[in-house]
Design a protein around this ligand. Structure first.
Ligand code: IYR
Length: 222
């Protein structure tokens, strides 16, 4: 049971309307420079940055504040190698039979294939996982809106990666059950996304694609 005593005053951030308009516009401009990248430099990234972006992601709202996420951060070379090999095994099957013609056609602008070299070049991999229930000393308890919660947290992670001057790729090797095995995670965790993180390589190239316009992604009822 909750009671009024469980509440604390909210500290409002004071911001004028003018400042708010300016901030929202400049934040949009900044976020619009974010791109998913497959060409990483092997330049190391300090662990402190990874910790900070995980802390940022973990400020996300979640069902009943259960925070049903784990961010598995990997810089260990042997583990990255194992992940690359297992991911490529699955992706080889995807590109050679499991994905249909339409899907392969849709992926052409990205020039992707089963080769996932970037999984070993990027200095860090973050495997985001969903905690589908909690278990503490044999006592099970529920989490709620897990996909929504972990999706929001991952979006905030991606934002934090960009804000730290780094690049990432939302990678979905599939099926990705192998990730939990390689990382030796407990049975209440499910892999959600694999995000290589680092600096862009000097010769990094990105697909020449565009974002939808405001009118294409919004409907206003005024
Ligand atoms: N998981 C594969 C295929 C892939 C699928 C989509 I949808 C993409 O936007 C990109 C890739 C791969 O990572 O290559």
């Amino acid at each position: 049971m909750s009671s009024a005593e469980d509440f604390i005053p909210y500290k409002r951030q004071e911001m004028s309307e003018e400042e708010s308009i300016k901030n929202s516009a400049s934040f949009y401009e900044f976020m619009n420079t974010r791109r998913s990248l497959r060409m990483f430099s092997d330049k190391p990234v300090p662990k402190k940055i990874i910790e900070n972006i995980i802390l940022t992601a973990s400020t996300a709202p979640s069902g009943a504040n259960k925070q049903p996420w784990i961010f598995n951060a990997i810089s260990n070379k042997e583990i990255k190698h194992k992940i690359r090999i297992a991911a490529e095994e699955e992706e080889y099957k995807n590109y050679n039979g499991r994905m249909n013609e339409e899907w392969l056609e849709d992926l052409k602008p990205f020039a992707t294939d089963w080769n996932k070299e970037f999984l070993e070049i990027a200095p860090w991999l973050i495997v985001v996982s969903r905690v589908i229930y909690n278990e503490v000393e044999g006592q099970k308890s529920s989490n709620y809106y897990i996909n929504e919660s972990v999706g929001i947290a991952t979006g905030m992670l991606i934002t934090a990666i960009h804000h730290a001057g780094l690049v990432g790729l939302t990678h979905t090797p599939s099926p990705m059950g192998f990730l939990m095995n390689v990382l030796n995670r407990p049975k209440n965790e499910r892999a959600f996304l694999l995000i290589p993180i680092g600096y862009a390589s000097d010769d990094a190239m990105i697909p020449n694609i565009s974002r939808k316009k405001l009118a294409d992604v919004s409907v206003f009822y005024e």
